[in-house]
Design a protein around this ligand. Structure first.
Ligand SMILES: NC(=O)c1ccc[n+]([C@@H]2O[C@H](COP(=O)([O-])OP(=O)(O)OC[C@H]3O[C@@H](n4cnc5c(N)ncnc54)[C@H](OP(=O)(O)O)[C@@H]3O)[C@@H](O)[C@H]2O)c1
Length: 284
C-alpha cells in the first residue's frame, strides 16, 4: 500500500476559505471573547495563532488579557458579563490557568452555548450522550481530517492512546459515534504494544516524543499523531514518524498535521455557537 500523508495544513487552508465565506454570508458580526490569564509563553503563542485565524476568516476577537493574580471572583464576573452580552458569540478561556484559580469552576461558568472549546460539563455530557454537543476542537479536527481523506472509520478497530478531557476521551467518543470499535489506552494499560498493534486507526495523544515506535503499529494502519513536543528547539509528535511511516498507510506529520485542524475546528465551533444562539433567539 502506498503511504498517504494526512496533510492538516492543506486541508485546513481549504476549510478556512469555506469558513470565511460562511462568516461573510451570515452578514452580522461574529465575536469571540478570548480570555488569557498571565503570561505563559506557550499560551501566548496559541492565543496569537487563534487571533490570527479569527482575523483571517473575519471573526472579531475581544481580548481579555488579565493579570496573573486576578481573583477567581473577578474572572467569574468577566465570564458572566460575556455570557450576558448578546454580541459575544463564543468564550474561550486559555488553559492552563494559574494554580490559585479553580479551572473547573471557571470553565463551567461559561454558557454552554458559548463554550467554543466544548469543555463545560454540559457539552461533555452531550458528547457522551451522542446529543448535539460542541466537541473539543482537537479531536473534532482529527475526525474531519480522516473524513477529508475518505478514511473509513465504521467497523474499524480504533485505539486512542491518552484519556485527557481535552483530547483522548472526546476523540474516543467521536470515533465511537462514527461506529469504530474503540479502545482507550493510558499510562496504566498493560501490554500497550499488544493493544496498539490491533489498531486499524491509531490516535496518539500522550505528550511524549517518539513514544509510538514502528513495532507498536499494525501494517497499513492509519496513524494520527496529536502530540506536540519540543525537542532541541524542534517540534515533534508522539510518533516516531520516520520509522512508523514505513508501516502505516496514512500518517499525520508534526507539525502541519493535527495542529492546523485544531484551529479550523475552533473556528467551526464559534460558528456553531452562533448558530445555536440564533436558533434560541428565534424560538424565544
Ligand atoms: N495538535 C494539537 O492541536 C494539540 C491539542 C491539544 C494537545 N496536544 C498535544 O497532545 C498531547 C497530549 O495532550 P493532552 O492534553 O491530552 O495531555 P495530558 O492531559 O497530559 O494526557 C496525556 C495522556 O497520556 C497518557 N499517558 C502518559 N504516559 C503514558 C504511557 N506511558 N502509556 C500510555 N499512556 C500514557 C496519560 O495517561 P493517564 O491518564 O493514565 O495519566 C494521559 O491520559 C500533548 O503533547 C499536547 O501538547 C496537541
Amino acid at each position: 500500500m502506498i503511504l498517504i500523508i494526512l496533510d492538516g495544513k492543506k486541508t485546513a487552508e481549504t476549510l478556512m476559505k469555506k469558513i470565511a465565506a460562511d462568516v461573510a454570508a451570515i452578514g452580522e458580526d461574529i465575536t469571540l471573547a478570548l480570555i488569557m490569564v498571565g503570561n505563559n509563553p506557550a499560551s501566548q503563542v496559541y492565543v496569537r495563532n487563534k487571533i490570527k485565524a479569527c482575523d483571517e476568516v473575519g471573526i472579531k476577537v475581544r481580548e481579555f488579557f488579565l493579570d496573573e493574580k486576578i481573583p477567581q471572583k473577578e474572572l467569574l464576573r468577566i465570564i458572566a458579563e460575556c455570557n450576558d452580552d448578546p454580541s459575544v458569540n463564543g468564550i474561550l478561556v486559555q488553559l492552563p490557568l494559574p494554580s490559585h484559580l479553580s479551572e473547573s469552576e471557571i470553565i463551567n461558568a461559561i454558557d454552554p452555548q458559548k463554550d467554543v472549546d466544548g469543555l463545560t460539563i454540559v457539552n461533555q455530557g452531550k458528547l457522551m450522550a451522542g446529543a448535539d454537543a460542541i466537541a473539543p476542537a482537537t479531536p473534532k479536527g482529527v475526525i474531519t481530517l480522516l473524513q477529508k481523506y475518505f478514511v473509513e472509520i465504521a467497523g474499524k478497530n480504533a485505539v486512542v492512546v491518552g484519556r485527557s478531557k481535552l483530547v483522548g476521551k472526546p476523540a474516543a467518543l467521536l470515533l465511537l459515534q462514527k461506529n469504530a470499535t474503540v479502545t482507550i489506552a493510558h499510562s496504566k494499560t498493560a501490554n500497550l504494544r499488544d493493544v496498539t498493534k490491533r489498531a486499524d486507526i491509531l490516535v496518539v495523544a500522550v505528550g511524549k516524543p517518539n513514544f509510538i515506535t514502528a513495532d507498536m503499529v499494525k501494517k497499513d494502519a492509519v496513524v494520527v499523531d496529536v502530540g506536540i513536543n519540543k525537542v532541541e528547539g524542534k517540534i515533534v509528535g508522539d510518533v516516531d514518524f520516520a520509522a512508523v511511516k514505513e508501516v502505516a498507510s496514512y500518517i499525520t506529520p508534526v507539525p502541519k498535521g493535527v495542529g492546523p485542524m485544531t484551529i479550523v475546528s475552533l473556528l467551526e465551533n464559534i460558528l456553531l455557537c452562533h448558530k445555536k444562539q440564533v436558533a434560541t433567539r428565534e424560538t424565544a
